[in-house]
Write a protein that binds this ligand. Sequence first.
Ligand SMILES: NC(=O)c1ccc[n+]([C@@H]2O[C@H](COP(=O)([O-])OP(=O)(O)OC[C@H]3O[C@@H](n4cnc5c(N)ncnc54)[C@H](OP(=O)(O)O)[C@@H]3O)[C@@H](O)[C@H]2O)c1
Length: 303
Amino acid sequence: MGMTWGYGKADRAESLATIHRALDLGVTLFDTADIYGPFLNEELVGEALAGHRQEVVLATKCGLQVPDASVFHHDASKFSLTRNGSPEHILKSCDDSLRRLRTDYIDLYQLHRVDPQVPIEETVGAFASLVKAGKVRHIGLSECTVDELSRAHQVYPITTVQSELSLWTRDVLSEVLPFCQQHEIGFLPFSPLGRGFLTGHFDQASNFKKEDFRSLLPRFQPEALKTNVRIVEAVKDLAKRKEAAPAQIALAWVLALGENVVPIPGASKRNHLEENLGGAHIQLTKEELLSLNELPAPMGGRY
Ligand SMILES: NC(=O)c1ccc[n+]([C@@H]2O[C@H](COP(=O)([O-])OP(=O)(O)OC[C@H]3O[C@@H](n4cnc5c(N)ncnc54)[C@H](OP(=O)(O)O)[C@@H]3O)[C@@H](O)[C@H]2O)c1
């Protein structure tokens, strides 16, 4: 996402090089969405993965629309998203994504947000018809409730749920993740690095440009940052003791949540990618997990 959307302008050449480095290092799962850019991210991913299609699990999403895309890149406060879960929109979005991704099938097609105007059964019915047509292999949901997930799962087996989950966002631990575990549904934690915060690269004096979406988020406001640095200081301390990077600790904590949990950290730079992959080799002891579980809750909502 961050290669084309969200956190200010990223370098395109470095983004492409990062995807290629990921392939070289054995990364197989790539997550994108039509709305990122909008559309530019899928084009970038399609370009980067050309010739590598068989080696990867390609995940994308639909169901969100942005009325005026041009404004977003200059001023994040002007941007607004709308939901569209109508079958017509899902079917058309899939064909458009296939074209941009330069492929004839999507491994994991996810509904980005549930549309309250359209019964989830109807939306998932459209996804199921895409599986039948051979355009999609598996279906996923993003940021759904247990009720929506359970209803969707009765229409067609849901393979994954994607929601925010990290050391400072744990809402899904109470219901959604246990439901996924009971029903053998994969879980993809998004923003597992707390949108960069848990890497230790920000402090209470950090400020964000207006084209950076974080400039709007409650947790990144100056007052909240003052409190929230306590969280990352504790992560940094543990990282130092384990001769690891804070980002690696944040990812190791997420990975320790279960076999079905596969975090999707975002990185648009090769050095970040390489550091993050090291998180897969960090083993946290019971005591270390306990100390991370007891970190204070952040100040400020996640949106
Ligand atoms: N379903 C949804 O609604 C939803 C919402 C948000 C995100 N997502 C998915 O989740 C993915 C990841 O989420 P995210 O990008 O929001 O958040 P994230 O993975 O928590 O953090 C990404 C940010 O951290 C920085 N970063 C990454 N590794 C770093 C390192 N080792 N050291 C320092 N900084 C580092 C990145 O910078 P650089 O770019 O400079 O490397 C970027 O600014 C997205 O790409 C997207 O596929 C889904």
